[in-house]
Design a protein around this ligand. Structure first.
Ligand code: PLP
Length: 371
């Protein structure tokens, strides 16, 4: 038997989350699958969503090329745009849509050998986050300069929110107002919402949404939202059991000391597989579907769990590090991290793509990939 650590990806849950996002927002939705679909596997996720998705978004050209080479034909938006004139011409050959967020990128469009009206561009307007995009006072000038190249077929106007997961902050309303004011009178479709914008700010819903994290069943603020289904189950098994006595210390740094006789399950997963090293004793895990907790420090290949109160737990028992019984957001919060980061970091463990709920897949016999 091989080491039983797996990331199971539930593609039906991904589709359900995408449909829910689009239904909440109305209009069309770009499925954001940058960074290898937030660690879930970009090509498999794109194929699973290909029939539904109005468009995909990735960060940069190489991420899009992988999808095109894998046969994905949907529109693909490059959220960072291009980095050179050569990339611009390649992007155009691949039929990619481009975010344009600074003047140097407009200059690349001016100078590139491109057919008239062949590009689809998303002009990114800065509205308060001060990260990427044209200053809002510059929006109309950038629009006219891009339009004057004659190479652009359509310009969609977009902005990005800094604090849309914070319901008490007035910043999102201010960003919406600034964007609307500075783009008033400019033709073209509009796109404002990431997942948090889509979920929390109905007044920001326009032609296109750009949901990312919610597609994977994770709330932008790591609250646990009903309605979204977790897509990734990160799972392993108990590979050894020991009993410890009061006073025995467990793991590196002896950070956990038993105060009673305890049964401890050894789990073959650690931070090199992407489980957060900062997860403290007490972080929830599920053994055979029953919640219990991590004990001691997470090491590179292994971690330990308390099975004192789970008498039926034994070698081979299934351990869910996150998934349906323990939400990844709970682990993120306990570890001082964010859900986005945890799923992005899963590696080393093989990925299995399933179209049935992951909880029905048994520990030792993993169903084969469908994607
Ligand atoms: C990553 C990204 C998104 C998706 O954000 P989520 O918070 O994951 O929904 C949307 N728009 C832009 C510009 C992005 O970079």
């Amino acid at each position: 038997m091989t080491r039983p650590t797996r990331a199971l990806i539930d593609l039906e849950a991904l589709r359900a989350n995408y449909r829910l996002a689009r239904r909440i927002h109305g209009g069309r939705a770009v499925a954001v699958i940058k960074a290898n679909a937030y660690g879930h596997g970009a090509l498999a996720c794109a194929r699973a969503l290909a029939e539904d998705a109005d468009a995909f978004a990735v960060a940069f050209l190489d991420e899009a090329r992988e999808l095109r080479e894998g046969g994905v034909r949907n529109p693909i938006l490059l959220l960072e745009g291009v980095f050179s004139g050569a990339e611009l011409e390649l992007a155009s050959e691949l039929g990619l849509w481009l975010v344009v967020h600074h003047d140097e990128q407009i200059r690349m469009v001016e100078q590139a050998r491109l057919l008239p009206r062949s590009l689809t561009a998303w002009l990114k307007i800065e509205s308060g986050m001060h990260r990427a995009g044209f200053d809002s006072a510059d929006a109309a000038r950038a629009y006219r300069r891009l339009d004057a190249t004659g190479k652009v077929r359509a310009i969609t106007l977009m902005t990005h929110f800094a604090r849309a997961e914070e319901l008490r902050s007035s910043m999102t309303t201010e960003q919406i107002e600034r964007f609307d004011m500075e783009t008033r009178g400019l033709p073209g479709e509009r796109s404002l919402c990431n997942s948090a914008g889509l979920l929390n700010w109905p007044q920001a819903r326009r032609d296109w949404a750009r949901p990312g994290i919610m597609l994977y069943g994770i709330a932008p603020d790591d609250s646990v939202l009903t309605g979204l289904q977790p897509v990734m189950t990160f799972r392993s098994c108990i590979c050894a059991v020991r009993t410890v006595q009061p006073g025995d210390a467990i793991g590196y740094g002896a950070t956990f000391v038993a105060d009673k006789p305890m049964r401890i399950g050894l789990v073959c997963a650690g931070y090199a597989d992407g489980y957060p090293q900062t997860a403290p004793s007490g972080t929830p895990v599920a053994v055979d579907g029953q919640r219990t907790s991590l004990v001691g420090r997470v090491s590179m290949d292994l971690l330990m769990v308390d099975i004192t109160d789970l008498p039926s737990a034994r070698i081979g028992s299934e351990v869910e590090l996150w998934g349906r019984h323990v939400h990844v957001s709970e682990v993120a919060k306990a570890s001082g991290r964010i859900g986005y980061e945890l799923v992005c970091n899963v590696k080393r463990a093989p990925f299995e793509y399933v179209d049935v709920p992951a909880s029905r897949v048994s520990c030792m016999r993993v169903e084969s990939a469908t994607a």
